[in-house]
Design a protein around this ligand. Structure first.
Ligand code: PLP
Length: 383
C-alpha cells in the first residue's frame, strides 16, 4: 500500500459514512449480528481498510465470496470471523481450517467430499453454514431431508461445527409478494431442522424491508456503503443512508474545437459551433465505461458538462464553458444522493446498478480514505 499518488483522478471514501450506515441498520436490528459483506475488495472500496475500520468500530463478522478473499484478509491481520458465501472446492477445505474461515455447504455431496479431504495436519475445526435454496435457484438445497442429513454429517464429524443456516433473497428490492414467499419458505425449511447459532437471509434490501426477529444475523453490503438498491426500498425505508463514494478528477488539457471539427477516436463528435473542450485524465481503464459518452459531469461551480466523443482508455473530453481552465475540479460521481451525478444517476446512465459502478472503479484510481484520526491513502499501483 502506498500513501502516495501522482494524478488528479481519485476516489474519496468516507469511512464515517460507513459507520453511520452500520449504526443506522444495526439500530433497526439491535439483537442481530451484523455481518459486513466485503467481497470484491469491499465493493471496490478496499477490503483491508474497510475491515480494519469496521472492526475498530465493533463489527465482529465479515463475509466474502471466495476463499482467496478471506485469506487476503487474514494475511493483512484481520482476526474477526469470516464466512465464504461461495462454495469452496472440497479439496481446499484444509486452507479454510488453517486460516480459521467459515465455509458454505450447498448440498450433501459437498459435505461428504470436503470431509474426505480433511487432513490430520491442522488439528482445528471448521465452521459450516448450510445454504438453503428459498427460490433464487442459485445455490443450496430446499430438500429438508437432505438438510437433516447434512446436519448429521456435520455433527458426526469432530472437525466440523454446524454454525449456520442461510439463504439469499432473489427480489428483496422489488415491490412484490416474492420476498414474503421466499422468506416464508426459508422459515418453513429452517423451522424443521435443528437451529444453529446463526440463521440468516437478509441482504441490504432485506435488512431494510424485513424488521422482525426470526434471524440472528444480517449480511449487509451495498447499504453499508450508503446505497439503496431501488427507489422502492428508499421509499419504504426508515433508514437514512449516507453515500460513501466520490469520484473526481481535474482538467488536464484544453482545446478549442472550431465549427465542423471532430473530437476523439473516429472524430464522431462534431462541433456545430466553436466550442471549448476540456480533457480529463479518466478513461475506461479507470472504470468510466465507454457507454458514458453523453453523461454530464459537474464542475465545482455547478455547471454540468457533457462527455463528448468516444471515451478513451485513459482520458475523456467534455464540452465546457469559456472560462474553464486546466486544474479545474470535475465531479464524476457525487456523494450527494440528490445530485444529478449521484451513484444512482451515474449507474442508470451506464445501464447498470450501483454495485457494478463501484466494482468497476479500477485499481489505478487511488482510494483516499476520510475518517476522524484515521484518514489515509491507498494507491494499489505504487505498492
Ligand atoms: C453479495 C451478497 C450479500 C450482500 O448483498 P447486498 O445487497 O450488497 O447487501 C449477501 N448475501 C450474499 C449471499 C451475497 O452474495
Amino acid at each position: 500500500m502506498s500513501e502516495k499518488y501522482y494524478r488528479h483522478t481519485k476516489v474519496d471514501v468516507d469511512l464515517e459514512a460507513l459507520q453511520h450506515n452500520y449504526k443506522a441498520i444495526q439500530y433497526l436490528h439491535p439483537a442481530k449480528t451484523f455481518i459486513a459483506v466485503i467481497k470484491a475488495n469491499a465493493y471496490g472500496l478496499g477490503s483491508v481498510t474497510v475491515a480494519e475500520y469496521m472492526s475498530e468500530i465493533g463489527v465482529e463478522f465479515f463475509a466474502v465470496a471466495t476463499l482467496d478473499e478471506a485469506i487476503e484478509l487474514r494475511m493483512h491481520g484481520i482476526r474477526e470471523k469470516i464466512l465464504v458465501m461461495g462454495v469452496i472446492r472440497p479439496e481446499d477445505i484444509n486452507k479454510a481450517i488453517q486460516h480459521r474461515i467459515a465455509v458454505t455447504a450447498p448440498n450433501l455431496e459437498w459435505i461428504t467430499s470436503a470431509k474426505s479431504h480433511v487432513k490430520e495436519k491442522y488439528d482445528k475445526e471448521v465452521w459450516v453454514h448450510i445454504k438453503v435454496n428459498s427460490g433464487m435457484n442459485r445455490l443450496g438445497t430446499s430438500d429438508t431431508d437432505e438438510i437433516s442429513r447434512m446436519i448429521e454429517e456435520i455433527e458426526s464429524f469432530d472437525r466440523f461445527i454446524y454454525e449456520g443456516i442461510f439463504s439469499h433473497f432473489s427480489s428483496a428490492d422489488v415491490d412484490s409478494a416474492v420476498n414474503d414467499r421466499e422468506y416464508s419458505k426459508f422459515k418453513e425449511i429452517t423451522g424443521k431442522v435443528r437451529r444453529p447459532e446463526y440463521v440468516h437471509i437478509q441482504n441490504s434490501p432485506g435488512a431494510l424491508r424485513v424488521v422482525d426477529d426470526y434471524c440472528d444475523a444480517l449480511r449487509v453490503g451495498i447499504s453499508l456503503y450508503g446505497y439503496y438498491t431501488s427507489p422502492f426500498i428508499k421509499d419504504i425505508s426508515r433508514v437514512e443512508l449516507k453515500p460513501s463514494v466520490k469520484l473526481s478528477t481535474k482538467v488536464m488539457d484544453m482545446h478549442v474545437l472550431n465549427e465542423g471539427e471532430g473530437l476523439s477516436y473516429g472524430l464522431e463528435y462534431e462541433a456545430v459551433q466553436d466550442e471549448k473542450i476540456a480533457t480529463l485524465p479518466i478513461g475506461y481503464a479507470d472504470g468510466l465505461s465507454r457507454s458514458m459518452t453523453g453523461y454530464r459531469v459537474k464542475l465545482e461551480d455547478g455547471t454540468e458538462c457533457l462527455i463528448a466523443g468516444k471515451i478513451c482508455m485513459d482520458s475523456c473530453m467534455i464540452s465546457v464553458p469559456d472560462d474553464t481552465a486546466v486544474g479545474d475540479k470535475v465531479i464524476i460521481i457525487s456523494n450527494d444522493t440528490y445530485s444529478s451525478q449521484s451513484m444512482e444517476a451515474y449507474s442508470e446512465y451506464a445501464g447498470t446498478i450501483s454495485y457494478e459502478s463501484l466494482v468497476r472503479i479500477s485499481r489505478r484510481v487511488p482510494r483516499v480514505y476520510h475518517a476522524a484520526g484515521n484518514g489515509h491513502v491507498n494507491n494499489e499501483v505504487l505498492k
